[in-house]
Design a protein around this ligand. Structure first.
Ligand code: HPA
Ligand code: ZN
Length: 326
């Protein structure tokens, strides 16, 4: 079997996916209309034209504006179910979904509304498609640590629905050290820990995420490669990176897929995985990420098998369930 057919068919796990980043323009228009919320675009084409980014912040401004049409439980259900339909089509059998409660609670939408809609879609996806999923609650790093503490507090009634906490949004100027206390409190509550680090920020932020936040997995982590000691640490400690190729080119973290560092990461012995991050904004879901990176870097079948097995090995699934896929 050729590599592209293999990657389409093989069961995969996705470990870095923002549910708000799966908001396709068509659904955005539909929900905006039924909720009578104005958006600054007249057509789907106009929305797509706006998706030209020079950096992470360019994208985040548009991403938060898009999410502002989400008001009701049904909206969060529809958003999440649309993503699960892509998973079903692409043989994603397990996914660990990030959601940003503060993006919604800041607008007066309750934590309960957000998580109830997502949870109902998770249950339906498991029942109808056999897809398992976990939730990762991400703190917005451009907001204060106090704000994150409030979010942690709000999450506690739904602790049984949340597997991990994460850290996303504007990285530069908002280092992991800003959130050391709230991550320590999150660990105490039993949450697993991830954080975006080394996407636009320096290797130093990856060290902080490891040393101060006690992360179990790194989101992105590209800039780790600038620090040899850090690379050695990641390899020795089997610290996985959730890499997002099409996100990296869309946000100009990497100039060209041909220069993408994922092959180098594998060569160095880093546990890399392939993920879509915000597929509605960055040009494709997980299979598209795999196929484009396979073609750009001429990855071998063996390398692709490693990436797929890493996606299960470094998931938060229990060891028994992992065995089914490894
Ligand atoms: N980086 C940081 N924050 C985000 C991203 C990302 O790629 N996607 C959604 N929020
Ligand atoms: Zn991300």
């Amino acid at each position: 079997m050729d590599i592209i057919s293999y990657i389409k068919k093989v069961p995969k796990a996705e470990l870095h996916l923002h549910i708000e980043g799966t908001f396709e323009p068509e659904l955005m228009f539909e929900i905006a209309q039924r909720n009578e919320v104005k958006i600054p675009y007249n057509s789907v084409e106009e929305v797509k034209k706006a998706y030209q980014f020079n950096c992470l912040q360019d994208f985040l401004d548009i991403y938060y504006a898009g999410a502002s049409v989400l008001l009701y439980e049904q909206d969060f259900y529809d958003l999440t179910m649309a993503y699960f339909k892509h998973c079903a089509e692409e043989n994603v059998v397990h996914t660990e979904i990030m959601f940003d409660p503060q993006t919604h609670t800041k607008r007066g939408v309750s934590f309960e509304t957000v998580i109830s809609g997502i949870k109902r879609a998770q249950d339906d996806a498991e029942k109808n498609f056999g897809i398992t999923s976990y939730l990762i609650m991400s703190y917005l790093r451009h907001l204060s640590e106090e704000d994150a503490f409030e979010t942690l507090e709000q999450s506690l009634s739904y602790k049984h629905l949340i597997k991990a906490v994460g850290l996303d949004s504007s990285e530069k100027g908002n280092p992991p050290s800003k959130f050391q206390k709230v991550f320590a409190a999150s660990v105490k509550e039993g949450y697993k820990i991830v954080a975006h680090a080394g996407e636009e920020g320096p290797a130093e932020y990856v060290w902080e995420a490891l040393d101060l936040l006690k992360i179990d997995r790194i989101d992105h982590g590209n800039n780790s490669l600038t620090d040899e000691k850090l690379v050695n640490y990641l390899v020795e400690n089997k610290m996985a990176l959730t890499v997002c190729p099409l996100s990296n080119t869309a946000l100009r973290v990497v100039d060209d897929l041909k220069q993408h560092p994922i092959k180098k990461m594998l060569d160095l012995g880093i546990k890399a995985t392939v993920n879509s991050d915000d597929p509605a904004y960055f040009g494709g879901y997980i299979t598209q990420n795999y196929t484009e990176i396979i073609e750009a870097l001429n990855l071998s079948l063996e390398e692709v098998k490693t990436l797929v097995s890493n996606s299960f090995e470094y998931s938060f699934l229990d060891e028994e369930t992992k065995k089914k896929y490894l």
